[in-house]
Design a protein around this ligand. Sequence first.
Ligand SMILES: [Zn+2]
Length: 894
Amino acid sequence: MTRSLLTLLAVLTLPGAALPLTLTAAAGAQDASPFEIRHDSDIPDGVRGLGHEFGAEITPPEDAIDYLRALEAAAPDRIRVFDYAESWEGRTLAYAVIARAEILDNLDAVQADLARLADPRGVSAAELDRLVAETPPVVWLSYGVHGDEISSTDAGLRTAYHLVSGVNDPMVETILDNTIVVIDPVQNPDGRARFVHSFTAARGIEPDPSRFSAEHDQPWPGGRFNHYLFDMNRDWFTMSQPETVGRVQAMLDWHPVVVVDAHEMGGDSTYFFAPAAEPFNPQIVRTQRAAQDLIGRNHARWFDRFGYTYFTREIFDLFYPGYGDMWPTMHGAVAMTYEQASPRGLVWRRQDGSTLTYGEAVDHHFIASLSTAQVVAENRERFVRDRLAFRQGAIDERSGPRAILLDRTGNRWGAERLARLLARQGIEVDGIDGGFTACGSRFRNGAYLVRFDQPAGRLARTLLEADTRLPDAFMAEQESRRARGLDHELYDVTAWSLPLMFDVDMAACSALPTNASQRFDPETEMSGGVVGDAAFGYAIPWTDAGQAAMAAALLRQGVAMRTTDAPFTIGERVFPRGTVVIQRHGQADGLDTLVRDAAENTGAIAIGLSSSWTDEGPNLGSGNFNAMVAPRIAMAWGEGTAPTSAGAVRFVLEQRYDLPVTIIRTERLRSADLSGFDVLILPEAGGAGYSGELGENGAHAITRFVQSGGVLVGLGDATRWMASSGVDLLPVQRERAADAIPDDGAEGPVIPGRIIEDEAQLLAAETPRNAMPDSSPGALLRVTANADAWMSAGYDDGAFALVTGSDIYSTVPLDELTTALRFAGPDDLVGGGYLWAENRAQLAYKPFIVSRSSGRGQVIAFTQDPSTRAYQEGLDLALLNAVLLGPAHASPYR
Ligand SMILES: [Zn+2]
């Protein structure tokens, strides 16, 4: 344990500290047991602050925040509480900063020093040495991002109490002398509230250990997700949810050296802590891995002392940057996921007959939390220096691309949203205006420049590069496992390149562009407006999702408009198919104000039309123009649907495009009157699926809806149900693996004898029959447009789609179905990520989006869910095509 003289002096000036004890090195085995230390009786403990001992009850989210405030009221010189977000359901999210008084009294100065360590450009070496020696590092402990992973929150409260109330305890004092501890006890209050409600509603006269009891068996959607049913442990770089937005800003304010994200896993397991599993993201550096090892060893000492069992390394990797551990890691922290076996209530009977209590689960997370802070406190300077070196290393990195340019020309709105998203997570983005050529590409209308030689350069690289390389040895092992009939060990998707997911053209730069640029400010308004003389009316060119957002806003305000199936030209300007035309004649007063406001609010561009004359292509009166309606959208919800898919689609339509969605419980669709809706969305299936919830009556009701003019939109594996026999809404079929060995039909207890002559024959004999394609963990694949399909409007240059699972649909004859977007040929198919070779061969040219007219309505299917995690913004326009252009291509009797 090293400690600078300055820090020593700082310790000596501490009022009321037990000085001799703080100066002895703490060592796990000799430390006093955290369960036995003395507490300041003026500080409210669990009983006084919460009404129960820590771990005796599952604390509701509001009580947890109130408890932090009670600690602050009792000990304002040791803890401060900061609100950082509000959930969709109106609950407050807050974190507590626990530190010694002179830090809490000078938080602005401390934060300024932390910021200089996080961006050392222009700071002298001597000054950096001083900052390293004097600045207390931040240990960030966060709990309960999955709302039904309950024990972590109470462990967070207990940890806060322990650090605020501990008296004469060497470990507590070492932590407070050397670190700032931040505790975020409830990362997902809406989910936790949902769990607490279902648990409480099911309680009887005593806690029930049976795993089958309703206490442990949550109704759909369970407490894991937030209000819009997002798994917020995948949302970090997407920042789609207000809880995540607040947390990202909080981390950018505090620059933690260590981050813990405390979870729960299955109740029959034990405890998981660092080091994490392979594969590691290539942007992770050696010192981060070494620190994980150091922390894991300290936990092991504590766990051994109390007889807690644990495991490390086997699952929970560090590859996908949207996890609560990976995103801070990419900013330079040592960030880790801890997992405690969940009692999913107050007591759980394990498979082996033993019981796991809530209190035990809380204890384990509590000890791991304290142990984490202890390691940082005892190695204070090492953690500060390592984080500084990580960020300095990113600034100095000269290998690989030096920067990326994001084109503002094609998908202008998407490019601007992407620049905002990057800037809001601590990545410096510059704007270059006008037309220019750089990095081998021509940019007609400006670009955003992201240089990688910046403190957040490693995060920028992993988010922007098309492909993040998986370690060769790891992938060789995965291919070997597949050959042996075992599952692969990839825990999440293998691709997340934001320019591909936003469908924004990019160019990688081997040298830094020298064009004049200025720093992009993400707080400026989106740039939209109206151009040209609008004597006749307006056109909304169908070029990006922002344009569709403006059309949706105007439809909801009663503006009449038509969309074209064929492009037209006026003068030099080409208006692509999909373009919406608004004729002034016949509209209510105030059209110009409505259009201008809609353009400015959405950041879209409306083009004034002085006349209806077109130089090429159809005129407004042509049959190519179809009248639009403000869509009344219904969606299947609840049992039978996958919560994250249902939630994400609803989120995208409601929060991003201001289109309200009526959610109808799936089983209710058997009897609901759907005639009041224009669109019915079936998100991905879950549980018993659509056949189980809808039955024959539901299938008939939905078929009637389509026949009488409704638009049915199926996402991902909802396509299976739409194509299933007896439903027959779509003439598509799923394919078996192209190399599958067909079942030869031999059945019965006695079959003809057969000789296996060699190992190749053995392999063939043991190969499963009728196998489906191997499941893809997730890669970004190129899709190309059929220019004759209205559903592909806005996609003339194609796009990228995240492909997961094993569903591959056969091509269908043109007279039965229109394939609007299909997967590219095998050589162009993979945009980013890892795809098994045989899936690549088989997916090439196969359907991604199909549609057909049926009766007076339309049936549309996305063979892969476009709104997964709401992060494929480049596919938002396709979803909007379905809900805005779909009703224009249906013909109900209105
Ligand atoms: Zn979890």
